[in-house]
Design a protein around this ligand. Structure first.
Ligand code: TXA
Ligand code: MG
Length: 328
C-alpha cells in the first residue's frame, strides 16, 4: 500500500526499520528520488527490479554514508579517495571493482559496483538510522518505471509507481534535478558514463588526468540507452531560430503543440512554459516540466535546444534522450 509521509525523524526511523526487514522505501536524494532496498538482501534487491520493471543486467547504485562503508563494497583506490574527498557527499557515482566478499545482488552480472554517498539530509539520516540497525548500503535506482522520466518530487513517484510504491518519504523537490554523474574507475583510465551535476572538468581537475568520454566498450548504463527519460508524447529539440516555424508547422496541420523555450514567447504554442536561462535552474525543473508538458494533452512537445556548453551538458544529454525516445 502506498503511503506518502513527510520525512521527519520518526518517519525516517520507521523507514530504516522497514529496510532492515527487507522492505522497499522511496527516499529523496539531491538528484532524484530513489527506490531503496537493503543492498545486502537478495530478495529485497529482487523486489526493486520487479517494481521498477527493470531488466536484469542493469545494475543498481549502492548508496553509502561515506568512504567507510564504501570500502566494504569495493576495492577502494587512490582515485576513488580523491574523488570522494572532493565530491562526496554529492551527485557523483563511482564504478569500482567490487570487493571479493561483497554481496553481488545489486551488481547484476558486473564484477564492478556503483557507489554514491548522497548529500540530501533525509538520505543521510536514513543511511545513519539504517547503519544503526546493521545496514551498510541502500541499493536504489531512480524511483520510476524502467525507461520513464525520473521522479524529482514525491507526487511523481505516486504517479508512476501507483499502488506498487512502498512507503515514500517526502522531502520536497530535489535540488539538483538530474541523476548523478557516473564515472567508471574500474578500467585503466577514468571514463564518464553519464553526465550530471559534477562536470568532466571538475573530475579531471581533482584526478589530475584526462577523463575519457563513454566508449563503445564501457559497460552499458541504462541511462545510456537511447530511448530513455522519455515522455509518451513525441518530443522535438529545435534550434531557437527554428522554433516559431516548427510550432507553426504542427499547428497548421491541426496538431496541438506544447512548447518549452527560452527565447520564444510561450503564448506561441497551445501550451507554453518559459525555460530559465540558468542551467542549474533548468536542471532542477527539467523532469517536472517534461511531465507537465506530457500531461498537457498536446500531440507534440517542442523544446528549444540548450547551449552546448559544459554547464548545460547534463540537461542537453537528458533532452536528447527524451527526444529520441517518445512513445516508449
Ligand atoms: O542520482 C542518481 O544516481 C540516482 C539517485 C537515486 O541516486 N540513481 C540513479 O539510479 O539514477 P539508476 O539505477 O536509475 O541509474 C544508475 C545507472 C544505471 O544506468 C546503471 O546501469 C548504472 O548506473 N550502473 C550501476 N552500476 C553499474 C556498474 N557496476 N557498471 C556500470 N554501470 C552501472
Ligand atoms: Mg534511472
Amino acid at each position: 500500500m502506498t503511503s506518502v509521509r513527510r520525512a521527519d525523524a520518526v518517519a525516517i526511523e520507521e523507514a530504516a526499520a522497514l529496510l532492515a526487514r527487507g522492505e522497499l522505501v522511496v527516499f529523496p536524494t539531491e538528484t532524484v528520488y530513489g527506490l531503496g532496498a537493503d543492498a545486502a538482501n537478495r530478495d529485497a534487491v529482487a523486489a526493486v527490479y520487479r517494481v521498477k520493471q527493470r531488466p536484469v543486467g542493469h545494475p543498481l547504485i549502492v548508496h553509502v554514508l561515506d568512504d567507510g562503508p564504501a570500502r566494504t563494497w569495493a576495492e577502494w583506490s587512490q582515485r576513488a579517495q580523491r574523488l570522494a574527498e572532493a565530491f562526496w557527499p554529492g551527485p557523483l557515482t563511482m564504478i569500482l571493482e567490487r570487493a571479493a566478499d561483497a554481496p553481488a545482488w545489486a551488481c547484476g552480472v558486473e564484477s564492478t559496483i556503483g557507489l554514491r554517498a548522497p548529500a540530501h539530509p533525509v538520505a543521510r539520516a536514513l543511511l545513519h538510522d539504517f547503519a544503526r540497525l546493521g545496514g551498510i548500503g541502500i541499493a536504489a535506482p531512480s524511483a520510476n518505471r524502467f525507461g520513464r522520466i525520473s521522479p524529482t518530487r514525491a507526487e511523481h513517484v505516486v504517479e508512476d509507481l501507483g499502488e506498487d510504491a512502498p512507503l515514500i518519504l517526502d522531502g520536497g523537490p530535489c535540488e539538483v534535478g538530474v541523476e548523478s554523474t557516473i564515472v567508471d574507475l574500474s578500467r585503466g583510465r577514468p571514463v564518464l558514463l553519464r553526465p550530471g551535476g559534477v562536470s568532466v572538468a571538475q573530475l579531471a581537475a581533482v584526478l589530475g588526468e584526462e577523463v575519457l568520454e563513454r566508449d563503445a566498450h564501457a559497460p552499458r548504463a541504462s541511462g545510456t540507452l537511447d530511448a530513455h527519460y522519455a515522455p509518451a508524447t513525441p518530443v522535438e529539440l529545435v534550434d531557437a531560430a527554428q522554433v516559431p516555424a516548427r510550432v507553426g508547422h504542427w499547428r497548421a496541420t491541426g496538431r496541438r503543440v506544447a512548447l518549452w523555450s527560452r527565447s520564444v514567447p510561450p503564448s506561441l504554442a497551445d501550451v507554453g512554459l518559459a525555460m530559465s536561462h540558468d542551467a542549474r535552474t533548468t536542471a532542477r525543473e527539467l523532469y517536472d516540466t517534461l511531465r507537465r508538458l506530457d500531461r498537457s494533452g498536446c500531440d507534440r512537445i517542442v523544446i528549444e535546444r540548450v547551449p552546448r556548453t559544459p554547464e548545460w551538458r547534463a540537461v542537453g544529454d537528458r533532452l536528447r534522450r527524451a527526444a529520441t525516445g517518445g512513445g516508449g
